[in-house]
Design a protein around this ligand. Structure first.
Ligand SMILES: NC(=O)c1ccc[n+]([C@@H]2O[C@H](COP(=O)([O-])OP(=O)(O)OC[C@H]3O[C@@H](n4cnc5c(N)ncnc54)[C@H](O)[C@@H]3O)[C@@H](O)[C@H]2O)c1
Length: 345
C-alpha cells in the first residue's frame, strides 16, 4: 500500500489550508484534486497557487463529482460538524478536520456517529501532539522522570475554543490522556467578543481533576497572558511531579530538587498527514483520533458549564449545546460594553 496515491480535497482555502496543501504534497502520496471555498475568488487563487485542477463553491457538488479519498476541512469552527458529516456520508475514507473539533459536545458526537456509521477515519488537527518536544515530554512523564505528575500549568490567549483547545489537548497528551473526573471554572464576557464567527469569552480559567490525582490549571486570556506570554512568563509549559519538574519550552528540561536542570534529547517525530495515511492503511490509531478531541471539547464545555452552574461539574458532561451560548442567550453573561467585534478582524 505504501505506493498508493490518495485523492485529496481541501474544503476552506484560507490560512491553514495552505499548510494542509503543502503538507499533503510533502507526503508524496497525495494528489490534490479539488479546492472548495464559499468565496470563489479564494478557491480559484488557492487552486492556481497549488496546481489544483477543480475548484468549487459548494462541498456537496465537489463530494459528488470528485469522490475524494481524503478531505481536509479547513473552514471556520462552526462548520466543522456539518462538513465532516457530509463528507462521511459521501463515503470519504479519511478526514483531517481542523481544531476545534466542534464548539459544542452534541456536534462532536454527531461527527463521531457519522464517521462510525460510514467507517470514516476522522482525525482532528491538534498538531501539538506531533511536536517532537511534546512527544518526548509525554514519554519522560510516562517513564516516571518527575515521579507522579500532580499539576500541569498552561496559559494561552485568543479564546478558549481557539487556542484553549490546543492547550487542553496538549496537556492531556503530556499526561498520557487520563480520564478527567471534574472541572471547575470561571468565565467573564463583558464585551460582545467573537472569533471566526463564534462567540467567545473575554477571559476564563479552569481547573481540571484527572483520575490518578493530576490537575490541569488553564488560564485563557487572563491578564498579562497573551497567546505565548503565559508560556514565556512560566519559561514554557510546566508539569510538576512528586520528584521533579518538566518544562517544555525551547527544549524539554527536567529539574529535580536534588540536581541541576538537564535538557533531554528530543528525537524527530512524524506528522499528522503521514500518520493519517498509515492509519488508513491499518495502523493501530492516529494520535489525533477524534475521540481524543471529543474529550477536549468536553473539558472546554465543562469550564463553561461550571460558570453557568457556579460550581464543580462532575464528568461525563451531558452532550448538548454550548453552555457559553446558553449563558449569552439567557442574559446571565450580559454584555456591558455593546458592539460586536471579532478578534481576528
Ligand atoms: N491547527 C492550527 O494550529 C490552526 C491554525 C490556524 C487555523 N486553524 C483552524 O483552521 C480553521 C480555519 O482557520 P483559518 O485561519 O484558515 O481561517 P480563514 O478565514 O483564513 O479561512 C477559512 C476559509 O474557509 C472558507 N469557508 C467558510 N465556510 C465554508 C464552507 N462552509 N465551505 C467552504 N468554505 C468555507 C472561508 O471563505 C475562508 O476562505 C479554523 O477552525 C481554525 O481554528 C488551526
Amino acid at each position: 500500500m505504501a505506493d498508493k496515491t490518495y485523492r485529496v480535497a481541501i474544503i476552506g482555502t484560507g490560512g491553514i489550508a495552505r499548510s494542509h496543501a503543502r503538507s499533503w504534497a510533502a507526503t508524496g502520496r497525495a494528489e490534490l484534486v479539488a479546492a472548495v471555498d464559499i468565496n470563489d475568488d479564494a478557491a480559484q487563487a488557492f487552486g492556481d497557487e497549488y496546481g489544483i485542477p477543480a475548484r468549487y463553491t459548494g462541498h456537496e457538488a465537489m463530494l459528488g463529482a470528485e469522490k475524494p479519498d481524503i478531505v481536509s476541512i479547513c473552514t471556520w469552527h462552526g462548520t466543522h460538524p456539518s462538513l465532516t458529516v457530509a463528507s462521511a456520508q459521501a463515503g470519504v475514507a479519511g478526514i483531517l478536520c481542523e481544531k476545534p473539533m466542534a464548539v459544542n459536545l452534541a456536534d462532536a458526537d454527531a461527527m463521531l456517529a457519522a464517521c462510525r456509521e460510514s467507517g470514516t477515519q476522522l482525525a482532528i488537527g491538534h498538531h501539538h501532539r506531533f511536536s517532537a518536544r511534546n512527544t518526548e515530554a509525554r514519554r519522560q512523564i510516562a517513564a516516571g522522570a518527575i515521579g507522579a505528575p500532580h499539576m500541569l500549568r498552561v496559559a494561552v490567549g485568543g479564546g478558549l475554543t481557539n487556542n484553549g483547545t490546543h492547550a487542553i489537548d496538549g496537556a492531556r497528551y503530556l499526561l498520557g490522556d487520563p480520564a478527567a473526573e471534574w472541572v471547575i471554572g470561571q468565565v467573564e464576557r463583558r464585551t460582545d467578543r467573537y472569533e471566526r464567527k463564534e462567540p467567545i469569552e473575554d477571559l476564563c480559567m479552569g481547573l481540571v481533576g484527572f483520575e490518578g490525582g493530576a490537575r490541569l490549571v488553564l488560564e485563557s486570556d487572563m491578564p498579562d497572558g497573551g497567546l505565548n506570554a503565559g508560556a514565556a512568563r512560566l519559561g514554557g509549559l510546566q508539569v510538576y511531579g512528586t520528584e521533579g519538574t518538566l518544562t517544555v519550552g525551547d527544549a524539554v528540561t527536567l529539574s529535580s530538587p536534588r540536581g541541576a536542570a538537564v535538557d533531554v534529547d528530543v528525537p524527530a517525530d512524524t506528522n499528522q498527514y503521514d500518520e493519517l495515511l498509515a492509519w488508513m492503511e491499518g495502523g493501530a490509531t492516529h494520535r489525533n483520533e477524534a475521540t481524543n478531541a471529543r474529550a477536549t471539547v468536553e473539558l472546554m464545555m465543562a469550564i463553561y458549564e461550571s460558570a453557568r452552574r457556579r460550581g464543580l461539574v462532575s464528568l461525563p458532561l451531558d452532550p448538548g449545546p454550548s453552555p457559553l451560548v446558553a449563558m449569552i442567550d439567557d442574559g446571565s453573561l450580559a454584555v456591558e460594553k455593546p458592539g460586536r467585534y471579532d478578534i481576528r478582524l
